[in-house]
Design a binder for this molecule. Sequence first.
Ligand code: C6P
Length: 419
Amino acid sequence: MATQARTDAKRGLDPLKVREDFPIFQRKIHGKPLIYLDNAATTQRPRPVIEALERFYTRMNANVHRAVHTLSHEASVAYEEAHKKVARFINARSWREIIFTRNATEALNLVMYGWGLWELEEGDEIVLTIMEHHSNLVPWMLLRERRGVVLKFIDVDEQGRLKLDEFKRLLSPRTKLVGVIHASNVLGTINPLPEIVEAAHRVGARVVVDAAQSAPHLPLDVRALDCDFLAASGHKMLGPTGTGFLYGKRELLERMEPFLRGGDMISSVTLEGATWNELPWKFEAGTPSIADGIALGVAVDYLMDLGLENVYAHERRLLEYALERLLKLEGVVVYGPHDPEDRLGVISFNVEGVHPHDLASVLDEEGIAVRSGHHCAQPLMRRLGMDNTARASFYIYNTEDEVDRLIEGIQRAKRLFRV
Ligand code: C6P
C-alpha cells in the first residue's frame, strides 16, 4: 500500500491525502460536500477495504476450514491471516487470543456468557464505571438477575473523569471482575487503564476493557496493559460493518465455555457429548463473516501503515482546535474533560434553546453528519443531568476546515432558532 504520501515525518498525517482513499467523500449531501463527524458510531471505509470485499467474492469465495479444495484453502489462510493482523495491532501474544465477532457488543456478551455465567456466584461483585456503554452494562445485569451477582459503579466528577479513590474503595476480595470503558463514547474521557488493571489484579479480579472507542484512535498494547479481556468494533476502525473482536488471555479462553454451539466450533461429537475445537474457532461457531473478517485485516494494515501515533496526533490537533472554538461560542455547553490530555476527539455538546435532534437536522442540511441522542449511555447521561446531546467525533480524514464548517452550522442553527 503506497501510504508514504499520507504521512510525513515532520507534519504527520495529511488528512487531504487520506481523504483521496475514501470514495464516499465524492458524495454530496443536500448539494454540499459531506462532512462526516459521526465516526464514534462507525467510520467510513478506504478503497483497499472495499476492494478486499470485492476481491474475496470475485476471486476466492468459499467456506473456511471445511474443504481441501483451493478456494477453501485460500479463504481459510486469508481469514486466519486477518486474526494475525489484529493480534499484531494490539500486541497480543498469539493470534489464537483473537476471536472475531459481529461487533463489540457480541464480544462483551461472549465474556459474560462464556466466562461470567460459569465463574461467578451469588455475592460475587462486579465493579463497572458509570460511564459504560450499555454493551458493557446490560449483559452483566443478567448475572445480577440470574446469579445474585452484585454490580457496583464507579462515579465520575463533574468533568466526567473517574473518581479513582472511590474505585479503590469499591474493590474487595469479593470483586471478581472490573469492567471499564477505555474511552467514553459520550465524553471522550480516557480512563487510566494501567492503574485500574493493577488495582483490580491486586484483589484477584479479572478486567474486561471496552476498547470500542480507543482501539481506532491510539496505540494499544494488551501485553503491557495486562488486561484479561478487551473488546473492540472493527467497523469503528475502517473495517466492514458486522466486524468486531474479542481479545482474551489464552489461559482464560482455554478454560472458558463456548458461547454459541454447533458447526465448526467442535473437535468431535458423539450422541453423548462434544469436545471443542482449538482457539479461536471454539468461539466462532457456524460460517463466519469471512469476507468481512479478511477486509478487517486490510483495515488494520491501513491503520498500521498510517501509524497509530500519527492518527492520535492528528485527532489531538483537531480536538484542541474544536474545543477552543466551541468553548468560545455563547450558549454552547461542552461536556467532558477540559484538558485534551484526558480525552479523545469525541465531543458532546448542547446549544441552549436548540434540541440536539434539531441541531443535527440543521447541520445535515449543510452536509454535516453528527450524532444526537443518548449515545447508549443513559446512566452516564442521567448522572451528568442531560438527556440528549449533539456529538461530533473525528477521524483521520477530518480537517480543521471541517471544524470551521461545524461552528458555522451551529451559529446558523442559533440564528434559525433565535437563540
Ligand atoms: N457506540 C456510538 O457511540 P458495537 O455497535 O457493538 O460494535 O459497539 C458497541 C459499543 C460498545 N462500547 C462503546 C464504548 C461504544 O461506543 C459502542 C458503540 C456507538 O455512536 C453506537 S451506540
